[in-house]
Design a binder for this molecule. Structure first.
Ligand code: NI
Length: 219
């Protein structure tokens, strides 16, 4: 495909996604998508991969997310790509990345099938970490009407994707069930390096959270 045509497709997709995710309150708003796109392109600068495919997959990666759409089976991403007249080979490539990137539980190993998928998955995971990750985690917890923390409800490692989806434990548990595990699960070296500072900030945040909790409940 010509560069001009690729740019046009990206711009149209960006406009479409911007309108869909404009007033999203669960931490999956347009700026999440834009950050994942930029992070993915940054990683790709060091790791390679097809930049057009990476950018398209990053822009579309949350459009059909089960966390936001329930169990809707029809793929809006596929519909959109057909509408743009993207070749079926390219379409298949992009859709495969989207299905590879979603997190299905701490004990569930979902293998990525291409370098492009590795990069988009790393970018999405990086945006779940650090100060922004913390903000998004609590936004999502509120959206799901979850408690912030409950001292009697302990974190679980989910080995089953269905159980992970149905899980409604307090938001703090999510750090132990997913976020703190991500640093060691990055696919690329570039993302592994970027994850370190974000991971360390979350550890400090949790330390402070429990210091405040303990001192408040101490008799
Ligand atoms: Ni995402």
């Amino acid at each position: 495909m010509k560069k001009d045509k690729e740019n046009e497709i990206i711009l149209m997709t960006e406009g479409f996604i911007r309108s869909v995710f404009d007033r999203e309150g669960s931490g999956h708003d347009w700026f999440h998508i834009a950050r994942v796109r930029n992070l993915a392109l940054n990683i790709s600068q060091k790791e390679g991969g097809n930049r057009f495919i990476i950018e398209m997959a990053a822009l579309l990666h949350d459009l059909d997310d089960w966390k936001l759409n329930g169990n809707n089976q029809t793929s809006r991403a596929e519909e959109w790509l057909m509408k743009l007249g993207v070749s079926s080979e390219l379409c298949l490539n992009i859709l495969q990345i989207i299905s590879d990137v979603s997190f299905k539980g701490a004990g569930v190993h979902n293998k990525v099938r291409s370098l492009e998928a590795s990069i988009v998955q790393d970018a999405d995971r990086l945006d779940a970490l650090g100060a922004i990750g913390i903000a998004r985690t609590f936004a999502y917890g509120g959206y799901k009407k979850r408690l912030i923390y409950h001292p009697d409800v302990h974190p679980e490692i989910h080995t089953d994707a269905e159980v992970y989806k149905a899980n409604n434990s307090p938001t703090i548990n999510h750090f132990y069930e997913k976020l703190l595990l991500l640093k060691d699960r990055m696919n690329t070296q570039a993302a592994r390096i970027m994850a370190i500072r974000r991971h360390e900030f979350m550890v400090r945040y949790l330390d402070e959270f429990f210091i405040e909790w303990e001192e408040t409940f101490k008799a």
